[in-house]
Write a protein that binds this ligand. Structure first.
Ligand code: FAD
Length: 408
C-alpha cells in the first residue's frame, strides 16, 4: 500500500482518488476550496453534460487539442466506461441531442455526490481548505507536498489535478502549472478556449441582450475561405458575441489568435435568398404605405430592426413602395450575411476551458506519469488537451483521472 496525494477535488482529482483508493492505496485529497467539485456544479448550465455517447473516432475528432494522446487512456476508461461507472454507482443518466449525456435529475450536484460516494466507499481522506504550495522531490522522485501553512506531508506519489485557468473563481488559478514548471515540466502556451468573442463593429452593442435561437453562422478568413459553420443559438453582448454556437466556433479560430476572422450570421437560415425575397415582397406589399423603418416588424426582432435599417443603406424614411429591386436584394443579402470582424476573445474568466498545459510529450499516455519526475502524475485540464463542447472536456478529466488513479 502506498500513500498517495491528489491535488484538487475537481472531476479529474475525485475519480483519480477513488480509483487509487479502490486499488488499495491510502489516499489524501488536498483541495483549497471548502468543498469538492465547485466547477462540476456549474457545468452544462448546472445540469452537467458529463460525457458524450459516441464512438471512439468521434470522441477523438472532438478533441482538437492533442486528442491522439488520449487513445491509451480511453482504451482503459472511455466515454462508455464513464457512463457505466456512474450508472453502477446509482446515478441514472440520459442521452440528449448530439449524444450529450446528463444525469436524469438534471442536477450537476448529483455528479459530485456520486464521485464523493465513490471516494468515501474506499476511505479517501479529504483535506478541504488546504492549498498545496509545492511538490517535494528528492533525486527526481516525489516525496510529498508542502501546504500553504508550511506543513509537509510525506507521500509516495502525487496526482496533480489542479485544472486550467478558466473560471478561476472555482479554484483553477494555475497553481499546478507553476509547481510542475518548477520541477522541469514544459507548460505550452495557455489560451482561453470555448470563449465569447469580441467584434469590431459598434452596431453589435446596440444588439446587447438579443438571443437568436435558430441561426446559421459561418467563420471565414481574410481570403473568404470558410473555417467553420454551425447552426444553433447565439447571443449578442456589450462586447461582441457569445452563446453555444459562438463558444464552439471559438475553438476553431484559436489558431488564428481570434483575429483576422469574419463572422457571418444568417438571420433567416430556413429561407433561401429567393424565398426570403418573396417573403419581403409580401411584407412590402402589406406595408406599402409605411416608411421602410416601420416595415420589418413581422420579419425581425425589434432590437435588430434599427441596426438592419442602418446597415441596409436604404433611407429609413423611404416609403416602402419606392424601394427598388436592387435595394431589396441588398437587404436580402444583408439578412443572409450579417457580417462582423472578430477582434479577439474574452479572458479566462469567461472561458469554458483552457487550451495548453503540461506538454503531452512529457507524460506517459498509458499511465499519466511524468517522464521527468517519478511518482508524479497528471489528470484533467492541467494537461495540454482540450475539446469542443458536448461533454468531451469532462470525458478527458474522468478518463485521465481514472488512468492516473489506476496506475499510481
Ligand atoms: C461554466 C462551465 C461549464 C462547463 N460545462 C461543461 C460541460 O457541461 N461538459 C464538459 O465536458 N465540460 C464542461 N466544462 C469544462 C469542465 O468543467 C472542465 O474541463 C473540467 O471540470 C476540468 O476538471 P479538472 O478536474 O481537471 O479541473 P477543475 O475542475 O478545475 O478542478 C481543479 C481543482 O483543483 C483545485 N486546486 C487548484 N490548485 C490547488 C492547490 N494549489 N491546492 C489544492 N487544490 C487546488 C481547485 O480548487 C479545483 O477544485 C465547463 C466549464 C465551465 C467553466
Amino acid at each position: 500500500m502506498k500513500t498517495i496525494g491528489v491535488i484538487g477535488a475537481g472531476a479529474a482529482g475525485l475519480i483519480a482518488a477513488g480509483r487509487a483508493a479502490e486499488r488499495g492505496h491510502r489516499v489524501f485529497v488536498f483541495e483549497k476550496n471548502k468543498m469538492a467539485g465547485r466547477k462540476i456544479r456549474i457545468t452544462g448550465k448546472r445540469r452537467c453534460n458529463l460525457t458524450n455517447d459516441c464512438d471512439l473516432d468521434t470522441l477523438i475528432s472532438n478533441i482538437p487539442g492533442n486528442g491522439r494522446f488520449l487513445y491509451s487512456s480511453f482504451s482503459l476508461f472511455s466515454n462508455r466506461s464513464i457512463m457505466d461507472f456512474f450508472q453502477r454507482m446509482g446515478l441514472t443518466l440520459k442521452v440528449e441531442r448530439g449524444n450529450r449525456v446528463f444525469p436524469e435529475s438534471d442536477n450537476a450536484k448529483d455528479v459530485v455526490d456520486t464521485l464523493l460516494k465513490y471516494a468515501e466507499m474506499y476511505n479517501v481522506r479529504f483535506c478541504f481548505g488546504n492549498r498545496v504550495e509545492d511538490i517535494l522531490t528528492v533525486d527526481g522522485h516525489v516525496t510529498g507536498v508542502r501546504l500553504s501553512d508550511g506543513v509537509e506531508k510525506k507521500l509516495d506519489a502525487v496526482i496533480v489535478a489542479t485544472g486550467g485557468l478558466s473560471y478561476p473563481g472555482t479554484g483553477s488559478t494555475g497553481d499546478g502549472h507553476r509547481m510542475v514548471r518548477e520541477l522541469g515540466h514544459t507548460i505550452t502556451p495557455l489560451k482561453p478556449s470555448l470563449v465569447p468573442l469580441t467584434v469590431k463593429e459598434d452596431w453589435v452593442k446596440e444588439l446587447q441582450g438579443l438571443s437568436l435561437k435558430n441561426t446559421a453562422i459561418k467563420l471565414t478568413d481574410r481570403r473568404g475561405r470558410t473555417i467553420y459553420d454551425d447552426f444553433g443559438e447565439m447571443l449578442f453582448t456589450h462586447f461582441g458575441v457569445s452563446g453555444p454556437v459562438i463558444l464552439s466556433a471559438s475553438r476553431h479560430i484559436l489558431k488564428y489568435g481570434y483575429k483576422d476572422v469574419f463572422l457571418s450570421i444568417d438571420l433567416k437560415p430556413a429561407l433561401s435568398e429567393e424565398k426570403l425575397d418573396n417573403r419581403i415582397q409580401r411584407d412590402f406589399a402589406k406595408f406599402s404605405r409605411k416608411q421602410f423603418k416601420n416595415s420589418l416588424n413581422e420579419l425581425l426582432p425589434n432590437l435588430l430592426i434599427p441596426v438592419i435599417v442602418k446597415l441596409s443603406g436604404i433611407s429609413p424614411e423611404k416609403p416602402v413602395n419606392q424601394i427598388t429591386k436592387a435595394e431589396r436584394q441588398q437587404l436580402v443579402h444583408l439578412l443572409k450575411n450579417l457580417t462582423c470582424e472578430i477582434t479577439g476573445s474574452r479572458s479566462f474568466d469567461e472561458a469554458i476551458v483552457t487550451a495548453g498545459g503540461v506538454s503531452v510529450k512529457e507524460i506517459e499516455p498509458k499511465t499519466m506519469e511524468s517522464r521527468i519526475i517519478k511518482g508524479l502524475y497528471f489528470a484533467g485540464e492541467i494537461i495540454d488537451v482540450d475539446a469542443y463542447t458536448g461533454g468531451f472536456n469532462l470525458t478527458i478529466a474522468f478518463s485521465t483521472g481514472y488512468t492516473a488513479g489506476n496506475s499510481v
